[in-house]
Design a binder for this molecule. Structure first.
Ligand code: IDP
Ligand code: MG
Length: 136
């Protein structure tokens, strides 16, 4: 029984700025993910506010949205068995300080806000986030 899923991944401005996008994509590929769609874009702050709407009551919401729209990002659809969970495992903890060895955030993350990658946290949100960036 396979359970091929799709999830949304974003390489955030801190990583794109350091030219880490190819290395990070290689980590996805070597961990068995297929990148089925990808684009490098810069979004408006209003779009970041929509994307991160679930966090609108958090104290860091404004900074988070300014940050995500501050420079180019790489947005990707990743495909693999149990992709949502497997991607969260590969990303590591939100705070790079807490991320395990071998995870993207441990390797590349700078701080809790500049943590290099975003990944959907559920199948339901993966669908919403994929539509957000790739519905045409
Ligand atoms: P996640 O990216 O691991 O799913 P979330 O809790 O969904 O983490 O938070 C979204 C993003 O908001 C995080 O990736 C991080 O960049 C930022 N963030 C989360 N918590 C804090 C905080 O306490 N201070 C500053 N930024 C935060
Ligand atoms: Mg999240």
């Amino acid at each position: 029984m396979n359970n091929i899923e799709q999830t949304l991944s974003i390489i955030k401005p801190d990583a794109v700025e350091r030219n880490l996008d190819n290395e990070i994509k290689e980590m996805f590929i070597s961990n068995g993910f297929k990148i089925t769609k990808e684009k490098k874009i810069q979004i408006e702050k209003s779009e970041a506010e929509n994307f991160y709407k679930v966090h609108e009551t958090k104290p860091f919401y404004n900074d988070l949205c300014s940050y995500l729209s501050s420079g180019p990002i790489v947005v990707m659809i990743l495909e693999k068995e149990n992709a949502v969970l497997k991607n969260r495992e590969l990303m590591g903890a939100t705070n790079p300080k807490d991320a395990k060895e071998g995870t993207i955030r441990k390797k590349y993350g700078i701080s809790i806000d500049k943590n290099s990658v975003h990944g959907s946290d559920s199948k339901e949100n993966a669908k919403i986030e994929i539509d957000f960036f790739f519905k045409d």
